[in-house]
Ligand binder design. Structure first.
Ligand code: NAP
Ligand code: ZN
Length: 348
């Protein structure tokens, strides 16, 4: 079926309305009428060419929530009318060790893992993302959005939520742990809420104090400006876990210096430029530096259920499709509070 969408025609060019083809619903597929699509900074990195050449035109969007309108004959986990979400990937081999361990995002079969957009699908075509009215996906990769959750506010959980939930859980955010979230944007504002709900003592490290009131309301216990050099002296060797969500290059050594003995800094931000480390920043206090990429399907469902239970949602600004380019400019200017979500009805 031919559906309306918004696409980037080439690297750095503004997104514009277009139409794209969605495949027929196969036996294992669901057809989703998309209600909302979030704007992740990764969408912007991708279409701006920060991460290398892309198969343009690219329809971004890997935070998708909508209703199932058709199910394939072999689908057992979703029914017509269910509210579902789709995150950053729409296929994996499901047979390699990583897939079996619930790490489908690290599928090790060449061509096995398929991203939600700008990725080569099994049939050789390129996937197109959520800035569109409909999507067809294998039912395994559609998550259940708990009824009672606000659909628009739940949309950013599909990437920003799982990307912060995964490292917070893996590295033990909880009672008695001091956790810092660097950057209060889309990922950061989810990280603050989730770490707080897990019981950790949460500190926001933001460029300025402009968003301090919001950070404290979202559940942070402390809020510091990284533009103030005193912050790095005051907080030296104090955190068990730091999650860096910053989309740009930062001075890693300065932040590593904030880790206590055996502390870990997990990088989820994905800037185009390499980051450098002075090994003494790691040797001192036996520190760890790690990365983390979104999360598997089972963990994503766990995160959605956790957020429903703790009444956690994203703080959003709902926009129409013709505001996408303005929203991109505002995200790049760190002027997002705290996620733009496209009302896909405006694509009709
Ligand atoms: P975002 O909404 O733009 O938030 C990033 C925040 O970083 C900004 O709000 C700002 O916070 C801070 N920041 C921006 N530029 C900075 C600079 N030059 N120096 C210091 N701080 C700066 O972006 P997002 O959607 O949360 O995504 C953040 C990053 O994570 C992106 O690189 C994205 O591609 C990546 N990402 C990774 C994964 C993964 O699986 N690892 C998944 C999704 C996204 P303050 O104003 O508070 O300083
Ligand atoms: Zn994302």
């Amino acid at each position: 079926m031919r559906v309306n969408a918004y696409a980037a025609p080439s690297a750095g060019e503004p997104l514009a309305p277009t139409t794209i083809e969605r495949r027929e619903v196969g036996a294992n597929d669901v057809l989703i009428a998309i209600e909302f699509a979030g704007i992740c900074h990764s969408d912007i990195h991708t279409v701006n060419g920060d991460w290398g050449p892309q198969p343009f035109p690219v329809v971004p969007g890997h935070e998708i929530v909508g209703r199932v309108t058709e199910v394939g004959s072999a689908v057992t986990n979703h029914q017509v009318g269910d509210r579902v979400g789709v995150g950053c990937f729409v296929n994996s081999c499901r047979e390699c060790d990583n897939c079996r361990n619930g790490d489908e995002q690290h599928c090790s079969t060449p061509g096995g893992g398929v991203g939600t957009y700008a990725a080569k699908d099994r049939d050789g075509s390129f996937t197109q993302g959520g800035y569109s009215t409909h999507v067809v996906v294998d039912a395994h990769f559609a998550l259940k959005v708990p009824e009672g959750m606000d659909a628009a506010a739940a949309t950013p959980l599909l990437c920003a939520g799982i990307t912060t939930y995964a490292p917070l859980k893996k590295w033990g955010a909880g009672p008695g742990k001091k956790v810092a979230i660097v950057g209060l944007g889309g990922l950061g504002h989810m990280g603050v809420q989730i770490a707080h709900a897990m019981g950790a003592e949460v500190t926001v490290l933001s460029q300025s104090l402009k968003k301090q009131e919001d950070g404290l309301r979202l559940g942070a216990d402390h809020y510091y400006a990284t533009s103030d050099p005193a912050t790095f002296e005051q907080l030296a060797s104090s955190f068990d876990l730091i999650v860096n969500t910053v989309s740009a290059k930062i001075d890693l050594d300065a932040y590593l210096g904030l880790l206590a003995v055996d502390g870990t800094m997990v990088n989820v931000g994905a800037p185009a430029e390499p980051l450098s480390v002075n090994v003494f920043s790691l040797i001192t206090n036996r520190r760890n530096f790690a990365g983390s990429m979104i999360g598997g399907i089972a963990l994503t469902q766990e995160m959605l259920d956790f957020c429903a239970e703790h009444n956690i949602g994203s703080e959003i600004e709902v926009i129409s499709a013709d505001q996408i380019n303005d929203a991109y400019a505002r995200v790049l200017a760190s002027d997002v509070r705290y996620r733009f979500v496209i009302d896909t009805a405006t694509l009709a």
